[in-house]
Design a protein around this ligand. Structure first.
Ligand SMILES: C[S@@+](CC[C@H](N)C(=O)[O-])C[C@H]1O[C@@H](n2cnc3c(N)ncnc32)[C@H](O)[C@@H]1O
Length: 243
């Protein structure tokens, strides 16, 4: 009797509250169910932003002579000015990531001199073979060709004063993962310099917006510390390590 009475008392006294609580709970569940797909979509687009193109094909070695090594490139690429802007010293160790035919590696090797070293890093054997052949032909010995994987540059930890990526960033499937690993290869105070196509480029698949690049670099532990604007078709950003 006491139990029934208590139950009845509770029910009668709190019925309005219980109904309101039930309504609030229902509203909460319905809202959560409606918002779930939105959250999934937002997460998916953030993920898309982190990956430029997971299945992007790398630059074909068959295009080296007409593309990477074409004589006209000097005009728009200004390679000596790019290398000078890195402020390298004789004896420095630098990595050219996505080295391709070594267009920049050989210029970097000249700048750091025989006491320095250039790691020419690429995922394609044909590119590294091209660099080795050119090393033999020119007698240059301070370049070390390195076969990497898409996210692992295969560099010794803390090896480098500077790392350069030219016209490579748009080919990276998982740029944040690669950049995190490149960070491990930098000496304290070491920098990463990135040159990539700006919005003027007609083939849009070559274009990574600068703000997306900066966002991805932040996720990998870098902040933009310098920007050079002497290249008409490309941006040229220098990143320092956070903390
Ligand atoms: C367009 S070429 C640029 C070559 C060179 N940096 C230049 O400016 O002449 C891009 C190069 O990046 C290489 N590559 C693409 N993804 C890479 C990655 N995750 N790690 C290292 N190299 C990569 C490709 O194999 C290709 O040789």
């Amino acid at each position: 009797m006491e139990f029934c009475y208590t139950l009845g008392k509770i029910t009668n006294a709190d019925m309005g509250v219980a109904v309101r609580l039930a309504r609030i709970a229902t509203a909460f569940i319905v809202t959560a169910a409606l918002l779930l797909p939105v959250r999934v979509c937002l997460a998916a687009s953030a993920q898309d932003n982190l990956q430029n193109r997971a299945t992007r094909k790398p630059y074909s070695p068959s295009r080296i002579e007409k593309g990477l090594e074409s004589p006209q490139r000097e005009q728009w690429q200004q390679p000596d000015r790019v290398v000078a802007a890195l402020g390298l010293q004789p004896g420095d160790v630098v990595a050219d990531v996505g080295a391709g035919s070594g267009y920049f590696s050989f210029r970097l090797a000249k700048t750091v001199g025989s006491g320095g070293k250039v790691y020419a890093v690429d995922i394609q054997d044909e590119m590294l073979a091209y660099i080795r052949a050119k090393m033999q032909k020119t007698g240059i010995t301070n370049i070390v060709p390195v076969k990497s994987t898409p996210i692992d540059p295969m560099l010794p930890p803390g090896c480098c004063n500077s790392i350069l990526l030219v016209n490579t960033y748009h080919e990276l499937g998982d740029p944040v993962a690669l950049m995190k690993n490149l960070r491990k290869a930098l000496k304290p105070g070491g920098i990463i310099a990135i040159v990539n196509w700006n919005e003027s480029v007609t083939r849009k698949k070559l274009y990574v917006p600068m703000d997306l690049l900066v966002e991805q670099m932040k996720l990998a532990g870098f902040r933009p510390s310098k920007s050079h604007d002497f290249l008409e078709r490309q941006y040229f950003l220098v990143f320092s390590q956070l903390n």
